[in-house]
Design a protein around this ligand. Structure first.
Ligand SMILES: [Zn+2]
Length: 268
């Protein structure tokens, strides 16, 4: 599933051709995932100029000149790409945006979980999302407050989009390894130094992944090279890049989780 770095990469890739353009047509071949419905969204966005192309958590946000916005969530396998002139359409096109310069943006999604949602109140539509981990205001104190306010195991807490927006399975495992914290550590047991390390690790791994254009482990999200730098995710049985101990796979809240038992000892 695309996480913050992959969505950020997609936003940066589509922004130059999309920003300032007017939408002349919108269509969906999987209208079930268009909210509040295909004809309502079409009425709302056709004729509107794209005034912002941004990311919030794992959402792509297209802001319009009337203050409304479209939120696109890529979910498991969605991606945005441009239709190529004189080339066959790629497979699994679910939605299309035609622009006034002849460009055509495509939402391609093999597994059909991707969603397109129109809102007139972006703040309300994203009110449930936690802070952006790369925002200036996301300080170690803010993270410490979020962790102390909840008594949950670290990994499920960090995956919860209401707590921090944008982290998924890959970057949570990577951040916990870099911080030397076991994923099952209770969130209210961290010392100030642990919180500071976790805060630095979350930001460092996300920034590195954005520089690498994200992680491409399969055909679903192509073009990134962060997979070459992952320290634990997907490396069960392989030696830890820090200490050489074989990486162990566990299940934490239904999610495959990757841990170095030496770098991330479980505290009792
Ligand atoms: Zn290790």
């Amino acid at each position: 599933m695309p996480e913050l770095p992959e969505v950020e990469t997609i936003v940066r890739a589509v922004r130059p051709r999309l920003f300032g353009r007017t939408i002349v047509a919108f269509d969906s071949r999987w209208p079930k995932n268009v909210e509040p419905g295909l004809s309502a969204v079409r009425r709302a966005v056709v004729g509107r100029r794209v005034a912002a192309v941004a990311r919030r958590g794992k959402y792509v946000v297209l802001g319009f000149d009337d203050g409304a916005a479209l939120l696109v969530h890529l979910r498991m396998s969605g991606r945005l790409e441009w239709a190529a002139d004189h080339a066959p359409e790629p497979p699994h096109v679910r939605a299309t945006w035609d622009l006034d310069d002849g460009g055509r943006l495509l939402l391609c999604d093999a597994r059909k979980f991707g969603r397109v949602m129109h809102t007139r109140d972006l703040a309300a539509a994203t009110a449930d999302l936690g802070p952006e981990p790369l925002a200036r205001g996301f300080t170690p104190d803010v993270l410490g407050g979020l962790l102390r306010a909840r008594r949950r195991q670290l990994k499920p807490l960090l995956l919860d989009q209401r707590v921090i927006a944008g982290l998924g399975n890959i970057y949570t495992d990577e951040a916990l390894h870099r911080a030397g914290l076991h994923p099952l550590t209770p969130s209210d047991r961290l010392r100030a130094a642990d919180v500071a390390r976790l805060h630095a690790a979350i930001r460092a791994v996300l920034r590195e992944a954005i520089r690498c254009h994200g992680t491409s482990l399969d055909w679903i999200y192509p073009g990134g090279w962060m997979q070459r730098r992952l320290r634990v995710y997907g490396r069960t049985g392989e030696p830890c890049r820090t200490c050489g101990t074989p990486i162990v796979g566990l299940r934490v809240g239904q999610r495959g989780t990757h841990v170095c038992p030496r770098c991330q000892p479980r505290r009792r």
